[in-house]
Design a protein around this ligand. Structure first.
Ligand SMILES: C[S@@+](CC[C@H](N)C(=O)[O-])C[C@H]1O[C@@H](n2cnc3c(N)ncnc32)[C@H](O)[C@@H]1O
Length: 271
């Protein structure tokens, strides 16, 4: 496990206790994704994986719409998995999306809300496809490239360090998914803006849900009061009519199918 990967795991492990209180966006994304799944799937999936399940609120919501299904609630952060509600049809599992402890061709649906942006997406997509049954569905959300653009440009007036993660554009994720051998791939996105009384509250929220910037070139120190003032000043152009500080997220949806006659990767090899 790389240092970066280890840090992501450790920050989510620490975030489990306060996660639900702060994860407003994740909850909204989860409900919207559930609606899409319901609309898309013509019959109830028997075996579901809620991948990167966090504290398990999607697992609960999935059971409400699919009361007969068996669900594996999987996350690499043990304290998140420990928070998943106990239910006879739910199997909690500590496992990493890069090396999934799930049988090959065993799942009808992989549901993953706001996890894949923390992964090596190619590896995770390959693992998910291995675990899906032929014609099984993948439905996920992620963050798009325009996420937190206000915070990013405010920081850019102060230094050149990467303070906000770079996220893959929707078209690139769709293209990668096709190259990994999926079919019927659809990717789209929409914007959700949360507002805060000040920049400190915004950054506190990001920390509380474990969503730190993980770039190894990032600044490692605490943000000083002087820098906070500079950030607030740079943020003025974005403030709403009510004087609030917006944080815009590009919520990216991906839907894909494992082909009935899966032939592995669709990588074009040049002669
Ligand atoms: C933003 S949270 C979303 C949690 C949950 N899906 C929800 O809707 O609230 C991302 C979750 O993905 C998990 N995660 C990140 N990388 C992972 C990986 N490589 N394998 C498994 N879980 C991972 C984190 O531990 C965290 O619980």
């Amino acid at each position: 496990m790389s240092l970066e990967h280890h840090q992501i795991k450790s920050s989510f492990d620490k975030a489990a206790k306060q996660y639900e209180e702060h994860a407003v966006l994740q909850k909204e994304a989860m409900s919207r994704l559930i609606e899409r799944v319901q609309f898309d799937l013509k019959k109830a999936p028997k075996q579901i994986l809620d991948l990167g399940c966090g504290t398990g609120w999607a697992t609960k919501a999935l059971l409400e719409i699919y009361p007969e299904s068996q669900i594996i609630a999987a996350d690499f952060a043990e304290s998140m998995v420990n928070a998943v509600p106990v239910h006879p049809q739910v199997t909690p599992r500590v496992t990493d999306a890069h090396c999934l402890d799930v049988h090959a061709s065993s799942l009808d649906l992989v549901f993953s809300n706001m996890m894949i942006q923390w992964c090596d997406q190619q590896t995770a997509l390959t693992e998910i496809k291995r675990a899906l049954k032929p014609t099984g569905f993948l439905h996920l959300t992620s963050m798009g490239e325009h996420t937190l653009h206000e915070l990013k440009s405010a920081w850019a007036t102060i230094d050149d360090l990467p303070h906000v993660n770079d996220f893959m554009p929707a078209a690139e994720l769709a293209d990668l998914t096709l190259r990994m051998g999926y079919e019927d791939v659809i990717a789209d996105s929409e914007f959700i803006t949360l507002t805060y009384a000040n920049v400190v509250d915004l950054m506190r929220d990001l920390k509380a849900i474990g969503a730190h910037n993980t770039d190894h070139n990032r600044s490692k120190g605490l943000t000083s009061p002087k820098v906070i003032k500079q950030l607030e000043a740079a943020y003025q152009e974005f403030r709403t009519e009510d004087g609030l500080y917006p944080a815009t997220y590009e919520l990216l949806y991906l839907r894909a199918l494992k082909p009935a006659d899966d032939k592995g990767l669709n990588l074009k090899i040049k002669p």
